[in-house]
Design a protein around this ligand. Sequence first.
Ligand code: SF4
Length: 352
Amino acid sequence: MFLVHKTIKKSYVTIFFEFPSILNLNTQTYITKVGANCRTTQWLRTVTQPFSSRELSPNSMDVKAKTKAAEKPSTCITKSCQESDGSHGSTAARKVATPDNWEKVLDNIRRMREGRDAPVDKMGANQCWDKNAPPKVRRFQVLVSLMLSSQTKDEITFNAMQRLREHGLTVENLLDTVPELLGKIIYPVAFWKKKVSYLHNTCTALARDHDHDIPDSVAGLCKLPGVGPKMAHLTMEIAWGKLTGIGVDTHVHRISNRLRWTGRKETSTPEATRAALQDWLPKHLWGEVNLLLVGFGQQTCLPVGPKCSECLNSCDKLCPAAGVRSSPAKPGSKSSKRTASVASQQAGKKKK
Ligand code: SF4
């Protein structure tokens, strides 16, 4: 039955014919064995759950609505919080082909990022924690900086982290800090009110369940309030030194799509981009690609008006999006000089 199911993946017909035997199986065992897709998984859970619990729903429309609603978040959270330990992210068959010239494109980005002078290099999550603090406290500070950084500029996060550290950035101390004061300290971080509540609830969970340390797995981190897969993977890398997945923020998402690193179709969410990248990008580059692309997105491949005329990937005709939404290069600008110097070096090499 598993073979037939794999052949006709989306068809429920196979399941229907094998229905009695499925019911004899533990549903979770079946799902694990066949690697059923999410719709099938949800459907199976619905049809195999005891009738008594199904009857709790007032009518079948509710069951349908709940099933639909449950598909989206549970899919994302469960899948995206999985850790990967293979050379590629996905243990399933690869869906995204390795893009042409990706090594050359990445190398060009490395060259453009040689100065390491983007906001993320000076004020990113890796620069916010107290290097003299005990390991547990350092790890906690990494997590807090990533929680604050969501939808917030690096400068604002960095300054808020400095104020928090002056106040005393430990689990115990934040638990003793009243929300009003915590709000004043982290303001003007985006969604600061919500983040005050996330921080307080996270500290409560860390004190209660983790001996004031942070969880050492993506799944554990994703259980904390306000922590999503991007934060979890970056926390694992920075705080624990473990590479579990690519941290895909808005810059990595946008640039990967512009470069067509996500396959034929554009991906609509950072999580879909992460899955696509992990399909083909060698694992030893997962850590590097986040920092490279974030800084590149802050300085050159901007969300609006990317500086294509200053970009080496445009010069080498390697970017499918080059010039589409570009802004003119400013003569004498830092990146324009950098591009000119790298381009002349390349020309010199070719002559030789
Ligand atoms: S050519 Fe333009 S769109 Fe393409 S990577 Fe460079 S800056 Fe971004």
